[in-house]
Each structure stands twice: as structure tokens, then as C-alpha cells.
Write a protein that binds this ligand. Sequence first.
Ligand code: MRU
Length: 353
Amino acid sequence: MNNLHSKTDLSLRTIEWKNNKVVMIDQTKLPNKLEFVEYDDFNQVAEAIKTLVVRGAPAIGVSGAFGLALAVLQSNGTTKEELISDLDKAKKILYETRPTAVNLAWGLDHIMTTANKGNTVEEIKELVISEAKKMADEDIEINKTMGKNGSVLFENDDTIMTHCNAGALATVAYGTALGVIRATRESGKNVKVIATETRPIQQGSRLTAFELKHDGFDVSLIPDTAVGYSMANGLVDKVVVGADRIVKTGHVFNKIGTYQVATMAKQHKIPFYVAAPLSTFDMKTNAEDVIIEMRKGSEVTGIGDKKTAPDGIGVINPAFDMTPPELITGIITEKGVVKPPYEKSIKKLFEAN
Ligand code: MRU
């Protein structure tokens, strides 16, 4: 298939507002089934975030916003105060679903600020729903701009490694790291992709490989343990990953294993890029205070339904790790690419925007 210059097909839309309901791809079913779920209760959205029906930092930011859009419809409040109080309760439930990706708090706070601008119950309902829909549409535009900004960093015939899923499925429809790869191809360059399987729950093999194949990319899957081999044998030209939270010092929190990939890239002098929108930056929290989500041991002691470890074994299962700034070649955003020293360049980025 020759789709070197083709426009990306946006049919893989992770999350959408339809007839006062939230419609999502059920990512737990991929790659075997492309199934959609429909929710009319914010509690269902909270459960979907917790159980990874929807996942990926920007996608859960927009899910939180749509959760609050459902909450305004569910509220029986007859005054502004009653409605805002119901929204606050819903926000708390949505907020507590996952701790590491800052986009969730960003999406919820943004909608609460919007809600507080309304004067009447009807006005607040309209404002919240239209703002949540706008955030979803803007996510696609932001990712496309970020993609274009990042595409200049990649050459024709590059093989690009990525980790976890930072694609259409982690956002509304285009992707952060995979958005950069998509934009690079749209700019006329031929690229190949190496996707790590991303243990323990295989977002790389289940999701990244699925969506890149869906889009006609040349993608090869490797076990996480083959990152060093691939780099040492000249199979990788550049790396691009997404992020769940970037703090002001340039420390990047992303899917567990990112730190190992970045360390290997440094060892082999391979450029290592992070692609993330401004909504993924947290200018208030220090790196040491970021909460790393710990997940259940069964994700490690088995693959799917198959047990792969002895009963009763102790497990350490962090979902994210921290990559220090000295391993990062550049951070690609919708407002441009920031380079080291990050403390200065990130500060400048936020002052200018
Ligand atoms: O646990 P997940 O699947 O929500 O983790 C997602 C990641 O770590 C992604 O790489 C990240 O959100 C990148 S942003 C598109």
C-alpha cells in the first residue's frame, strides 16, 4: 500500500459525545475486537478509567471532562450552588481513579472553572457540555500541531522506536508520540516503527501495533527485553514516547519501562524525544512528590488468563517510572520543541503561553 503522503484516517476515535452519552472504544478488548461502550452515568466513566477501558493521559483528561458533562445532566440541583456541589462530588470520584497522569486533574479543573462561570442551572449545563466537546476537538488539533512540530526532527527512512501506547487510542484521535510519527509520514517521509510490547499489560502490542497496522505503517513488535539488542544492532534511529506528567525540571513520568528505553538510547547515542501537550506539564509538583500508580500483582503473575508465576509470589508492579532530563534530547509540544536545560526552556514555554 503506498500511503506515504496520505492524510491520516481519524476513524479510530477513542472517545466521543453522542446524544448526551459518552461513547468510548473499549480498549480492554483490543486487538481482538473493536467494540464501543456507551455511558450515561459519570460513575461508569470513573469505572472505565479505573479498569483501563479508556487510558492514556490526554484520553483520560477528556474522559474526566465528559464525566462531568454527564454529571450536570444527572444532577437534580435547582440552584447554581446545588449543581456545583453535585459536580464537586463527581469530580472527586473521577479524580481518584488514577493518580499519575496530570491531564485528568487538568480536565476536571478546567470544567469546574467553566461551570463556575455560569449563572443559572441551564447555563451551567450548556457551558459544561459544550466545553467538554470543545476540549475533545481541541485535543485532535493540538496533537496535529504537535505532530508537525516534531516531524522536522525525523529523516526519511528513519526507524523510530516507541514504548507503550501514545497514539490515537491514548488521545481523542491522532496521538502524541504516534501523532509525531503520523505527521512525519504525512510530510512525505518514509518511516518504520519498532513498538515495544510494554509489559505487563501490553499496551504496545495490543494497542500501538494495532493502530499503526490499521493505518498502514511498517511496524515491528519487540519484547521489552529486546530494546538493548535492537539499539546495539543499529535497528533504531530515534525514539519518541508520550508522557503522563512532566514537571518543571523536565523529569518525565511515563509508562513503566520508559526509563530503561531512555537509558539504552543514551548508551547508544540515539536521540530520545518525548511528545506531550502543555496539559501534561505540572508546574506545581516536585518530581519526588509525583504519585506512581501501583497496580495489582495479577498483571505480572499471568498473561491474560494464563498463570505464569507460582501462587503466593510477591510482586512489585509500578505502572509508571521517571525519566530524568539528562536522558531526554527534546520535548515536543504544540507550542514548539523544548531542549535542555529544561528548567529554563520549560519556564520560558509557559511564560510565552
Ligand atoms: O497506563 P496507561 O495505559 O494509561 O499509560 C499510558 C502511557 O503511559 C502513555 O504512554 C501515555 O499516557 C502517553 S500520552 C499519549
